[in-house]
Design a binder for this molecule. Structure first.
Ligand code: ADP
Length: 182
């Protein structure tokens, strides 16, 4: 006689960050996260010390629009300790992207501190495709303001919003799908 297996709990990973705005580098990490975890929750840190380009509501909307067709990606905001937030929402994993060695030192320190604060929550690092390893929200904003094209660096909804914010015409060949797919 075989014993009924207990139904496994759905795994949830929290992917925290500023997402000002979300870039294809973030999307790459979310996609990789979805291969390992049942759900990935992008969680925007409400940090009053940072001067963002996009308000929290706008950042939430950009992520929501990007993942309108993907129910396994959730979107939320949080303040306070990340491990407290993760525990509150039932996540067992903090997902972070590592672009280069320069990210590593800070991320390593944060991961160890978070482990000390709550040993039940594991930090998992993922590497993006090489083509996104130099993409950051800050660079995207700088390039766009200097007149460079960012179509390959951000989802179409973000490019359109950048055009609106800076009063630039929307490129005619901008893809229509939420994540750059036709
Ligand atoms: P923060 O303000 O915490 O750096 P970000 O929004 O810049 O927040 O990044 C959130 C997470 O996404 C971090 O783990 C960061 O390393 C990761 N990330 C950002 N851009 C990329 C990228 N191009 N490739 C891989 N990971 C990335």
């Amino acid at each position: 006689m075989t014993k009924d297996k207990p139904s496994p709990r759905q795994s949830l990973a929290v992917f925290p960050g500023s997402f000002d705005p979300i870039t294809n580098g973030h999307l790459d990490i979310v996609e990789r996260g979805l291969r390992v975890f049942d759900r990935v929750r992008t969680a925007i840190l409400m940090n009053p010390e940072k001067k963002p380009l996009f308000s929290i509501d706008e950042r939430v909307k950009l992520i929501r629009d990007t993942y309108a067709d993907e129910p396994r990606v959730e979107i939320d905001t949080f303040s306070g300790l990340l491990v407290d937030y993760a525990e509150k929402v039932g996540a067992t994993v903090i997902l972070r992207g590592i672009r280069a060695i320069s990210d590593f030192e800070f991320e390593f320190q944060m991961a160890l501190m978070n482990r000390r604060l709550n040993p039940a929550i594991e930090t998992v690092f993922m590497m993006p495709a090489e083509s996104y390893s130099y993409v950051s929200s800050r660079l995207v904003k700088e390039i766009f303001q200097l007149g460079g094209r960012v179509s390959d660096l951000v989802p179409p909804v973000v490019e359109r919003r950048l055009c609106e914010v800076f009063g630039t015409p929307i490129p005619p060949d901008s893809p229509s799908g939420p994540r750059g797919t036709p």
